[in-house]
Design a protein around this ligand. Structure first.
Ligand code: HEC
Length: 118
């Protein structure tokens, strides 16, 4: 159980919902054979480039600041794995892309099985 102020907990929850929606869009792209597009979308929604997006509203104290080290590491790995999927997807090789997406899904599962905020 990880304690977080209301604002950060709510921001994390919003971000999680966005991740789930992103997953749906990624799978939709893949089902149409739009592999590179799936990758681009993953980077825009979950990649390393999206880290720190709550900096302004939280004055530098985003949800990550309240995570224990192990949880923060998992969050970082998630963003990294999303960016790796985005890169692999540019090769337009479906089995390879699906394997990379599986790595990303494992990070979702890993954190949910280990931590909760309520
Ligand atoms: C660093 C840890 C971590 C990672 C990684 C993570 N989550 Fe979460 N997620 C949480 C926590 C904490 C909650 C809050 C639920 C709780 O407290 O039990 C949550 C909640 C959710 C919820 C429920 C939101 C709601 O409406 O209450 C969804 C959906 C979700 N995550 C999707 C994802 C997806 C998809 C991924 C992978 C792309 C992911 N999460 C990766 C920690 C994580």
């Amino acid at each position: 159980m990880v304690e977080m102020p209301e604002l950060q907990r709510e921001l994390l929850r919003q971000e999680m919902q966005e991740h789930l929606i992103a997953y749906q869009r990624i799978l939709d792209h893949l089902s149409r054979g739009e592999i590179a597009e799936a990758g681009d979308f993953a980077e825009q929604t979950m990649g390393v480039s999206t880290m720190g997006k709550h900096r302004e509203i939280t004055q530098g104290m985003g949800p990550g600041r309240f995570m224990p080290a192990g949880m923060r590491q998992m969050a970082f790995t998630m963003h990294e794995t999303a960016s790796e999927f985005a890169q692999v997807a540019q090769e337009e090789d479906m089995p390879k892309a699906l394997r990379a997406l599986h790595e990303l899904t494992s990070t979702c599962v890993g954190c949910h099985m280990s931590f909760r905020t309520r």
